[in-house]
Ligand binder design. Structure first.
Ligand SMILES: Nc1nc2c(c(=O)[nH]1)N[C@H]1C(S)=C(S)[C@@H](COP(=O)(O)O)O[C@H]1N2
Ligand SMILES: [Mo]
Length: 183
């Protein structure tokens, strides 16, 4: 498997977190879908169980130059979630929100095209808190800062608004094959 230019392969799974690891009680866990859509939706943990699972094998590229290949993620396809919630006529820009306050901006077309998932499992094991459990975004074909851990919201926005790292100089798109590290 080829890895993007400027990356170094690792067999470990380092963790990269800005700030502390949030402690999340599954009974209180929520995922809110809001913003420029006709009705807001709040999903609870049992709602996710109703959705079909999807397995994705993908590489993971941190902008600090480590790449980990052959990660097997299990979760829910974003497009399945959007259909299940019956959201139509939404703008293409999304701010992903997380417990702890981290955000990142992505586009729906990018999520859809790259089969992005909301993952609860990595390599047959429930996602650990340090790796974003109970639920994180996995967006293949983008640097891993866009794979938001501890996700709790998808906000549809009319403009493409920079997230946490994007507003600190990281690239708005972050395609590793184009080395879109910084703007
Ligand atoms: N909520 C949140 N998500 C986050 C981060 C973070 O600090 N907070 N770090 C990002 C970065 S820079 C990387 S490389 C990956 C690291 O995921 P890992 O800790 O599971 O390896 O998570 C991304 N998602
Ligand atoms: Mo990263």
């Amino acid at each position: 498997m080829k890895i993007p230019p400027g990356q170094i392969l690792t067999n470990k799974f380092p963790t990269m977190t800005f700030g502390s690891i949030p402690q999340i009680d599954l009974d209180k866990w929520e995922l809110k879908i809001f913003g420029s859509i006709t009705k807001e939706i709040t999903l609870k943990w049992p709602d996710l169980q109703k959705l079909p699972e999807y397995k994705l094998t993908s590489a993971f590229h941190c902008v600090t130059q480590w790449s980990k290949i052959n990660n097997e993620w299990k979760g829910i396809l974003i497009s399945t979630l959007i259909e299940f919630c019956d959201i139509k006529d939404f703008p293409n820009n999304i701010t992903v929100h997380c417990y702890g306050g981290y955000t990142t901006n992505v586009q729906y077309t990018t999520l859809n095209k790259n089969k992005a998932v909301l993952a609860y499992q990595h390599d047959q094991t429930a996602l650990t808190p340090e790796h974003g459990g109970p639920l994180r975004l996995i967006l293949p074909e983008r640097y891993a800062w866009k794979s938001a851990k501890w996700i709790n919201g998808l906000e549809f926005t009319k403009e493409d608004k920079p997230g946490f790292w994007e507003s600190r100089g990281y690239h708005m798109e972050g395609d590793p094959w184009k080395q879109q590290r910084f703007e």
